[in-house]
Each structure stands twice: as structure tokens, then as C-alpha cells.
Design a protein around this ligand. Sequence first.
Ligand SMILES: CC(C)(COP(=O)(O)OP(=O)(O)OC[C@H]1O[C@@H](n2cnc3c(N)ncnc32)[C@H](O)[C@@H]1OP(=O)(O)O)[C@@H](O)C(=O)NCCC(=O)NCCS
Length: 182
Amino acid sequence: MSTYDIVSIPKSSLVFEQTVALLEESWPHCYPEKVARQTMEQLIETGIFLVALQGSVLLGMIGAQPQYGKTGWELHPLAVDVNHRFKGIGKALVKALEHAVSNAGGIVMYLGTDDAFDQTSLADSDLFDRPFEKIKAIKNKANHPYTFYEKCGYTIVGVIPDANGFHRPDIIMAKRIAFQSS
Ligand SMILES: CC(C)(COP(=O)(O)OP(=O)(O)OC[C@H]1O[C@@H](n2cnc3c(N)ncnc32)[C@H](O)[C@@H]1OP(=O)(O)O)[C@@H](O)C(=O)NCCC(=O)NCCS
């Protein structure tokens, strides 16, 4: 694959329109067109937003917002164009975002990755019963992205049982991205 750049973009650009489309396409049940546009505009205004570009073509995007002063940031959204997955772009975007967030004072990055479609063993039973045991024994049944995040250094630190319906949890993951100087 030829090279690409990871950069930030202004709101008024052709690439911005591609990011709105990628957000809608990746989470059609959450982002009708108008909501997708507002979400992307707000992210560029108040958070950090980066795109992977090959020329003027969008390959992927990632963003984060500060949620606990400037120390704790929520990673969302992350999406790679379906034709360019499994080529290392997602991992490169996460790394670039962590660098930018750490420079902005971030210490921890966290995210929720839903299991709304029975992709992991966490959807098999009631997570109010022995949640930590079940998290420890988690199995990926159908390419759930928690494995991707583990490969980027993130740890499952909890779940929100039933967040997307009965036995449809949100899986909460986090990573320390800055270290205390001794
Ligand atoms: C999840 C996503 C961002 C990954 O992007 P990507 O560019 O394909 O990922 P990479 O190529 O950088 O993968 C890095 C590693 O994770 C693995 N990986 C990637 N997606 C995976 C998945 N769904 N399940 C299991 N492993 C996965 C890769 O095999 C690779 O492993 P390796 O380092 O051992 O070779 C992409 O699949 C996507 O956009 N999905 C739809 C939107 C989404 O689910 N976003 C996250 C929601 S929280």
C-alpha cells in the first residue's frame, strides 16, 4: 500500500464531508446525517481530531474529547474505511492520537466498545453476576474490536451491563498514555 499522512483538518474542507459520511456509515443506528455533521463539528472545535489521508482520499479517522479536566480523554470515533482495514492504519491513528492527547496534558485515554451483536462471551450471561470473573475469561467470538484495542495496549477495566439492551454490554477499556517523572 502506498503511503498516507495523518493530519488534522479544518471544518470547511472536502475531507470533512468524507468524515461525516464515514461516521454515518460506521454507526448508522447512532448517526443520522445531521447528527453526524454536528458531532464532527463539535469534535473539531473542542477535542482532537485526526485523519489518515492518501492524497485527498480519507482512509480513516480518530478523535478524542477531554472529559476529566485535561487528564482523562474519551477516544471516539475511530473508523477505517472498509476497503483499507487490517493494514495497520487503525493502530497508526491510535498512536498519533495518543501522542497529541499526551501533549495536551492527557494522562489516560479510555473508550467504550459496545457488544451489541453478541460478538463476545460477555454477551452470554448476566454481567451483574460476577462481572470481573467474566471479563477475565472474555472470548472474542466474531472479530469484536476489543482485540484490536488490546493490541494497541488497552486493558478492559470494566463493563456497563445491558447498556445496549439485555446482555448487550458496553466494554470499557483504558490505557495510561503519560508517565510520572520520578
Ligand atoms: C476497529 C478498526 C478501527 C481497526 O482498524 P484497522 O486499520 O483494520 O486495524 P489495524 O490494521 O491497525 O489492526 C491492528 C491489529 O489489530 C487486529 N485487528 C484489527 N481489527 C480487528 C478486529 N475487528 N478483531 C480482531 N483483531 C483485529 C489486526 O489484525 C492487527 O493485529 P496484528 O497487530 O497482530 O497484525 C476497523 O476495523 C474499523 O474501522 N471498524 C469499524 C468501526 C469500529 O468498530 N470502530 C471501533 C469502535 S469502538
